[in-house]
Design a protein around this ligand. Structure first.
Ligand code: AMP
Length: 218
């Protein structure tokens, strides 16, 4: 299965990708996680991306496209793109890569959520830096505050989840990424989910709609 999860920051794309990667037999490819890993390993890519990420703005398209190209080369089987593409230029470059490989997309899932809720969610988000699993201190708190339920690691707040940066990231989404909704709607592969429902309901709606789309396409 080849899927793109599209939606504003904080809409739960990463959470659903983690839940669904086994169900869809697909690798989760999160460009944000790859960049953060490069940043903590001090690679050239990490150094290059650092300032953009800290400011809540997008890393240049050519850097991201090169990164995705490398991921696709290593990939066997399907993928769930989480946080990519984020601009029309990235989407066009991705289409060209998939076309060259003759591996068309199955569906693009749009996570719908309003800005005020996202703002609250993001500023309450705590993550396990080791696994990427995230919690929300309001809607989905860990059993013990500050500790991951699964492996007991201390949870941290991302630097770019501070209020000023969150505002900026939401602006960047509206300006640069939201145009992708019409781009993918035109391809007939867009399905929409209510990202504000509880995690299990989002999973169910997503599976139902992706399955329906894939069955009609066959
Ligand atoms: P995320 O974890 O997806 O919210 O991404 C964190 C930050 O990484 C973003 O604010 C951007 O600076 C950068 N980033 C992640 N994915 C992309 C992308 N597809 N294009 C450009 N920048 C990205």
């Amino acid at each position: 299965m080849r899927l793109i999860f599209l939606g504003p920051p904080g809409a739960g794309k990463g959470t659903q990708a983690q839940i669904l990667r086994e169900r869809f037999g697909a690798k989760q490819i999160s460009t944000g996680d790859i960049l953060r890993e490069n940043r903590s390993n001090g690679t050239e890519l990490g150094k290059l991306a650092e300032n953009y990420m800290r400011g809540g703005v997008l890393v240049p398209d050519e850097v991201i496209v090169k990164m995705i190209e490398a991921e696709l080369q290593q990939l066997q089987g399907g993928f769930i793109m989480d946080g990519f593409p984020r601009t029309v230029a990235q989407a066009q470059a991705f289409d060209a890569l998939l076309h060259a490989q003759q591996t068309p997309l199955d569906a693009v899932v749009l996570f719908n959520a309003d800005r005020d809720t996202l703002f609250t969610r993001l500023t309450a988000r705590w993550t396990n830096p080791r696994t990427g699993r995230s919690y929300n201190t309001v809607t989905n708190p860990p059993r013990v505050p500050g500790i991951d339920d699964e492996d007991g690691s201390p949870l941290v707040q991302r630097e770019d989840d501070k209020p000023e940066t969150v505002r900026k990231r939401l602006d960047v989404y509206e300006r640069q990424t939201a145009p992708l909704v019409e781009y993918y709607r035109a391809s007939g592969k867009l399905v929409e989910v209510d990202a504000l429902a509880c995690v299990d309901d989002v999973t169910r709606e997503l599976i139902r709609k992706v399955d329906a789309l894939v069955h009609t396409a066959r």
